[in-house]
Design a protein around this ligand. Structure first.
Ligand code: NAG
Ligand code: NAG
Ligand code: NAG
Length: 712
């Protein structure tokens, strides 16, 4: 009797424990001490990325309860992690890849460690609601990721004393709460971006000991109290407003003339009566008035500048009238460019002036003001018709403007000898400029941009010019003249990946395994940038081996980025299917999404692994579609040995090959939602490369392998 009852009670006890456990585990939100699961897994990954430092008491790489067990440096509110403060803890490694999941985190302080050593960059995924981020005194390289532009709650950013080196992107437009920004003691380059003018709460700005250049006009109206910009390459004048706060400015090349010219963001000249307003500068904070000598001089100069603009407009107007007689389709763009450039002086200076000297606006702006009839010119219909305030004008684009004549000379009249290739949007030519500089010129075909207006082209150029990544082909300039639309890119010496895989004899060798992995990783980073760094995300839509160009060191550069809008949804499904790159959802229904790019990426990895074309009608029917033929065999090590590109001559580590195949299998799944985001693909490939390098060091006794290094 009692025995049976005991048994029953024990059984009930188990049930109770079971129910409680389930309650505990399944309802973290209701249980106070249990930390939010997303925060836990982000901290687990962070711990791993920091190389599991033992000094972080309480931390683990697997599960745990950061709030309940009070992990070192963690502050919580309820079950959410709100702060990570680990300054000066001797940490190395990097931030984890899923920091963006920590939506409750408001403070991240990892200053004064060795993070980033070994060439690591700040990852793109960062906690979205941070108000304070301090990564000062580490060893981060690269640039500031675009994700900062979304972190609108930020009031404090300290990235000083690292090894950042890129130029700053326009990431500050929405950071209106920022009061403290320290980028000092790095090697940042380039001009201060226009979006600085949106930092309407900025009190402290430390940019000292970098390589910044250009003017500091964009800072003129900020409510700064503490400004240090010493030891850079700044030029121009120090705006009068800033002189009042005793800025630290030594070690620059400022002009110390008597009357500073009006900074571009102050005192815009009054519009002529009945005329248009000049392009307003963005987000100009309202200025208190009060005329001092400088301001009066500024206004006088502004009127002189206005005269120059009007003179320029007249000149263009006459040119247009003339060219309309001879040719038919003059465009309105030079006008737009000119008119808005004259007022945004910094815009003008940002045009690179290396190769050609043809930019119309530059030449006109140098002419002395001419006395002209102000009102009449602005009453002309032609001038008022085209809106100067339209969304995108060439004036906002930072790139060199080339003339058709320049490009004809550089390409030897677009000689077939200089033809680099023919893509979906036109032909590319090799171009050689003065001093031997090589660039690639892409002639956009009329079928790609059928609309005769320049707006589409301006939008295209503008979109492309915003994309900057080491693994994207960099746009250096464009030409929009006489109805020609040309884009000028950096030149990649080793041609396309497609040609390198299928015509290796032209290079005298086929790609080594390490180079294939490096190319896969670089291309993955390019897509990761487009998908996850750019905001809004940029679809590529045309990812294929012929769009991956290889430079002298076989680093990949993805081309045709920013063209997605020009790609019509497939109307010929058969043709699309036979290209072999498109994901099933694209072929079936024309639905294109980020994961469709991931599929195409998997196909390119398959090309790298097998040396086979995505669709090859010369093969037996069952082998024509590369994905269909390869997918069932990707997890079979013996089969892999038979699938691998014979050009590799067996020279590859079997482990690495099989991990590579695992990544492919994830990417080419037919259900888009099962394919990983590109950041995960990048992480998987990084790990693959790290392991390969470790093995290499052990094996290196056999002899040097010159190609194994510099996986970035
Ligand atoms: C934080 O960010 C997320 C996503 O960006 C957002 O949904 C959420 O409302 C934000 N605020 C807090 C307090 O979590
Ligand atoms: C900026 O600061 C104000 C005042 O502290 C706050 O109300 C606002 O929510 C902040 N903006 C963002 C985007 O967090
Ligand atoms: C700034 O925020 C607004 C709305 O919050 C958004 O529409 C805009 O795209 C943002 N701008 C940038 C440059 O991120």
């Amino acid at each position: 009797m009692t025995g049976r009852r005991q048994k029953r009670e024990r059984a009930m006890g188990f049930e109770l424990v079971f129910v409680l456990t389930c309650f505990w585990a399944c309802n973290p939100i209701h249980v106070h001490a249990n930390t939010n699961t997303k925060d836990v897994s982000s901290l687990n990954v962070l711990y791993t990325y920091l190389n599991s430092p033992t000094q972080l008491t309480g931390w683990t790489a697997n599960g745990g309860d950061p709030c309940g067990q009070s992990w070192l440096g963690i502050t919580c509110s309820g079950s959410s992690v709100t702060a990570i403060k680990l300054s000066g803890k001797g940490l190395n490694g990097n931030l984890g890849y899923n920091m963006a999941d920590m939506t409750s985190l408001v403070e991240l302080d990892l200053s004064n460690n060795n993070l980033g050593s070994g060439g690591n960059q700040i990852p793109y995924g960062l906690p979205p609601n941070l108000t304070r981020i301090n990564l000062a005194q580490n060893q981060f390289t690269g640039g500031i990721p675009y994700s900062f532009s979304q972190m609108t709650a930020l009031s404090y950013i300290n990235l000083g004393h690292n090894q950042f080196s890129n130029s700053l992107n326009d990431i500050f437009f929405n950071l209106s709460n920022l009061t403290f920004l320290d980028l000092s003691f790095n090697t940042f380059t380039g001009n201060l971006p226009n979006s600085f003018s949106s930092l309407i709460d900025l009190a402290t700005l430390h940019l000292q000991n970098n390589q910044f250049s250009g003017t500091i006009d964009v800072l003129a109206n900020l409510p700064l109290k503490d400004l240090n910009i010493e030891n850079n390459h700044f030029t121009g004048w120090i705006p009068a407003q800033l002189q009042k706060i005793n800025p630290v400015v030594g070690g620059n090349s400022f002009t110390s003339g008597p009357a500073p010219p009006p900074p571009p963001y102050t005192a815009p000249p009054p519009p002529p009566p009945g005329g248009r307003k000049p392009t307003p500068s963005i987000n100009t904070p309202v200025k208190k008035s009060g005329l001092n000598g400088g301001a009066v001089a500024g206004i006088v100069l502004s009127f002189l500048a206005l005269g120059a603009v009007i003179a320029g407009v007249i000149i263009i107007f006459i040119r247009r009238k003339l060219s309309k007689i001879s040719k038919n389709q003059g465009t309105d763009e030079p006008l737009t460019r000119l008119a808005s450039n004259e007022y945004g002086g910094s815009e003008l200076k940002s045009f690179k002036i290396e190769a050609p000297k043809s930019s119309l606006s530059t030449s006109v702006s140098l002419k002395p003001p001419v006395k002209i009839d102000l009102y009449k010119s602005f009453d002309e219909k032609d001038l008022t018709m085209k809106p100067i305030l339209k969304k995108i004008s060439f004036s906002s684009i930072r790139a060199t403007v080339y003339s058709v004549a320049d490009l004809q000379v550089a390409t030897d009249m677009f000689s077939p000898d200089n033809l680099l290739g023919e893509g979906s949007f036109g032909r590319s030519f090799k171009a050689q400029f003065d001093g031997g500089k090589l660039l690639a010129v892409k002639k956009i075909s009329r079928s790609a941009l059928p609309n005769q207006s320049s707006d589409d082209f301006a939008e295209l150029v503008s979109n492309i010019s915003l994309l900057h990544h080491a693994n994207l082909t960099e746009l250096t300039g464009y030409c929009n003249e006489h109805g020609q639309r040309l884009l000028v890119y950096e030149f990649c010496k080793n041609g396309s990946l497609h040609d390198f895989i299928y015509y290796p004899e032209e290079h005298g060798k086929s790609l080594s395994w390490n180079n294939r992995v490096k190319i896969a990783l670089g291309s993955a980073r390019a897509l990761e940038y487009l998908h996850e760094t750019c905001s809004p995300s940029v679809l590529h839509k045309n990812f294929k081996s012929s769009n991956i160009l290889l430079d002298g060191d076989l680093n990949p550069h993805l081309s045709d980025s920013g063209f997605a809008d020009l790609i019509a949804n497939p109307d010929s499904q058969a043709a699309e299917a036979s290209s072999g790159y498109n994901a099933p959802e694209v072929v079936m229904s024309g639905q294109y999404n980020l994961k469709s790019d991931v599929f195409s990426f998997g196909v390119v990895m398959l090309e790298l692994l097998t040396g086979r074309k995505p669709f090859d009608s010369s093969r037996p029917r069952s082998e024509q579609s590369l994905v269909r033929w390869a997918t069932p065999q990707l997890h079979d090590i013996d089969a892999l040995d038979h699938m691998v590109d014979p050009g590799l001559k067996g020279l590859y580590p079997a482990k690495s090959l099989s991990r590579f195949a695992d990544v492919i299998a994830l990417c080419v799944q037919s259900e888009p939602e099962f394919r990983p985001p590109m950041s995960e693909v990048v992480q998987a490939l990084v790990i693959l490369v790290q392991r390969a390098n470790m093995t290499k060091r052990v094996l290196n006794a056999d002899g040097p392998d010159t190609e194994s290094h510099n996986f970035v």
